[in-house]
Ligand binder design. Structure first.
Ligand code: 5GP
Ligand code: MN
Length: 314
């Protein structure tokens, strides 16, 4: 697959790079590192993100211009990174189908293999880790701009080396990125220590909805549109909260429900150990990883909770 990608890059000039909606650190770090990689090879790269860069990742060096609509033109190839389904890059994804060569590079179990080229390594900690190997294969010498993006991709997807996907390769790559000038305390300071006060006002409200089920093995909490309004918060302020719920003793599955429409909730599930939440989210048309997955469910809060608990029993 890497040999095919090398050929495609060698033979092309204009590339498109994107990732999933609601981008996390791996998504942003992967896209930005690929931008610098293609630039270092003398290629043009258009970065498309449906959403704005979340405030936690604004410090990452990326292109001056990010496109928020998918241009109707045809590219020599499109890189879709850290994204299991093409539709998850956001509205207008159909436009991209004009580009024949779509290259999917990902580590999600539920990846649908939508590319012409699919590099899927579900054993990789992050898409950033796979990209590091690709850049080495391509003989690219890594700049600081690339290193800090790769580092951030890996540390955010491993929860700063706390999750089960933390392996020796992830640690070794991060050591190399440090040698290229990456400062772990600085990255952690930007990602974990630079929150707006409103986030904590919102978290207070969310904490007060916490309930457990199934002898304390399932923890659930929710955020309504009203709570977002009251605390002048947006959805990105809840980033990382499902992970906090998983920290409760005895909890195997943590579920955060965020209202996104009149009768629709975005669900984030996190698990410890063997429970496969990607399978549970799959029942509702979503997906992700064994220990971190998401989906959308229609209904009011009580209906959505009931649907989830029934699916969990299955
Ligand atoms: P989060 O809960 O933070 O939105 O997502 C957790 C993980 O599940 C991420 O890897 C994310 O890409 C994936 N994910 C979240 N929502 C969906 C969804 O609706 N469909 C699919 N296929 N993956 C999702
Ligand atoms: Mn990822």
């Amino acid at each position: 697959m890497f040999a095919k990608i090398r050929k495609i890059i060698d033979n092309g000039q204009d590339f498109f790079i994107s990732t999933h909606i609601d981008p996390d650190g791996d998504a942003i770090g992967s896209v930005f590192s690929m931008y610098w990689a293609l630039r270092s090879l003398g290629k043009n790269a258009t970065v498309y993100l449906k959403d704005q860069v979340p405030y936690r990742y604004e410090f990452l060096p990326g292109p001056d211009l990010i496109s928020h609509a998918i241009p109707e033109r045809v590219y020599d190839a499109a890189f879709v990174l850290d994204c299991g389904e093409l539709a998850r890059i956001g509205e207008g994804y159909e436009n991209l189908k004009r580009t024949e060569t779509i290259i999917s590079i990902d580590h999600h179990n539920t990846n649908e293999g939508f590319g012409r080229i699919n590099v899927l390594d579900t054993g990789a900690s992050s898409t950033g880790e796979i990209l590091y190997r690709l850049y080495k294969y391509l003989g690219i010498s890594l700049s600081y701009e690339m290193a800090v993006n790769i580092y951030t991709a890996i540390v955010t997807d491993t929860g700063f080396f706390r999750y089960e996907n933390t392996g020796p390769k992830a640690l070794l790559i991060c050591e190399k990125m440090m040698r290229l000038g990456v400062k772990p305390a600085q990255v952690s300071g930007m990602v974990n220590g630079n929150h707006p006060k409103e986030r904590f006002l919102l978290l207070g409200r969310i904490f007060s909805t916490l309930r457990t089920f199934d002898d304390g093995r399932v923890a659930m909490a929710y955020v309504t549109g009203e709570m977002f309004e009251d605390t002048h918060s947006t959805r990105e302020y809840t980033d990382g909260f499902a992970e906090i719920l998983r920290e409760i003793r005895g909890v195997e599955v943590a579920i955060l429900l965020r209202q996104v429409g009149d009768r629709q909730y975005k669900i984030s599930m996190r698990s410890k150990g063997t429970v496969d939440v990607a399978e549970v989210c799959g029942i509702f048309g979503g997906g992700g990883h064994k220990n971190a997955a998401g989906c959308h469910i229609d209904g009011d809060i009580t209906e959505v909770e009931t649907k989830i608990l029934e699916a969990m029993k299955r």
